[in-house]
Structure formats: C-alpha cells, structure tokens
Design a protein around this ligand. Structure first.
Ligand code: ADP
Length: 153
C-alpha cells in the first residue's frame, strides 16, 4: 500500500521552512499531499488560489508532491485520500505543546492515522508564515523566506 502523508496547514504563504519539511519527508513517504486549509472564519492574507498555485510552483519538479485544498476535519480528509499519516513540523516547545494535543485528539478520533513530526532545520527555526506576513504588511522584502514559487509583488 502506498505510504501517503497529508501535510495540512494554512501556507499563508508557504515558507522555506515548510519546503524543507516536505522535501525531507519524501524519503519516508511515496506521496505527500499538501492540504491547504480553507476555513471561512479565518482571515488569510493571500487568496486560496494563490496559496495553492505557489505551492505547486515551488514543487513543480517533484511529482510526489501534490497540492489540494480541504475543509472539515483533517482525519476525515485523510480517509478520503487514503493518507495514513499526517505530517507536521516542529520548531519549538510551543509548537510541540500545540501539536501534541492536536495529534493526540486526532489519534482518539482515528487511531489508524499516525502523526509524524519532522524537526525544523536549525536555520529555518525562526521562519514562520506569521512573521513573513508581518514583513510584507510593513513593506519589507520577504522573498528570501518563502517557497521558490511564491510571487510577492
Ligand atoms: P497552521 O496554520 O496550522 O499553523 P502553518 O501553515 O503555519 O499551519 O504550518 C503548517 C506546519 O508547518 C505546522 O506543523 C508548522 O509547525 C510547520 N512549520 C511552519 N514553519 C516551519 C518551519 N520554519 N520549520 C519547520 N516546520 C514549520
């Protein structure tokens, strides 16, 4: 059975930290599906279509990486796409505490789906979509911190 992982997130926008986690995970999985969260109650900086296209363009040379949007419970979407694994990145103890409760709750809800964590590479630990958005909002140049396919004005 193919080892399929879902990497869920907002990717608002995709950063070099996300790209690093996805690229490193390709040794573990046959396919990584990047699931772009689409939640009408959340205020995103970038439209869903841009967030999706930028991820596709960042991985255009890696056919094992697919990009889709989804709504609803992550574990339900995993079942829909036959993903037995959820991939997440960890930068800090704050990430760990947050991720731990989500992973444990997902495991209560669906014990057949395992969450796999990849530690951030040290050079990407400070990179976050939140800080990238702050840089952009304040007129700075964030191009060095985002995926190669991201086209900021
Ligand atoms: P969310 O909106 O759910 O926080 P994000 O798009 O911010 O989603 O991030 C998705 C995943 O990528 C999370 O597991 C997050 O911890 C991880 N991540 C974000 N930035 C980095 C980074 N620089 N290095 C490693 N993992 C990261």
């Amino acid at each position: 059975m193919a080892r399929i992982a879902l990497f869920p997130g907002s990717f608002d926008p995709i950063t070099i930290g996300h790209v690093n986690v996805i690229t490193r995970s390709l040794d573990l999985f046959d396919k990584v599906i990047v699931g772009v969260g689409h939640n009408i109650t959340k205020n995103y900086m970038f439209p869903l279509q841009d967030r999706i296209q930028w991820i596709k363009d960042s991985f255009d040379e890696l056919p094992q990486v697919e990009v889709v949007s989804y709504t609803g419970l992550t574990i339900n979407f995993c079942k829909e796409i036959n993903a037995r694994f959820i991939l997440r990145g960890l930068r800090s103890s704050a990430d760990f505490e947050f991720e731990r409760s989500i992973a444990q709750m997902n495991n209560y809800l669906e014990s057949s789906i395992e969450t796999i964590f990849i530690l951030a590479a040290p050079e990407f630990t400070p990179v976050s979509s939140t800080i990238v958005r702050d840089i952009i909002r304040n007129g700075g140049n964030a191009q060095a911190f985002v995926g190669s396919g991201v086209k900021l004005k």
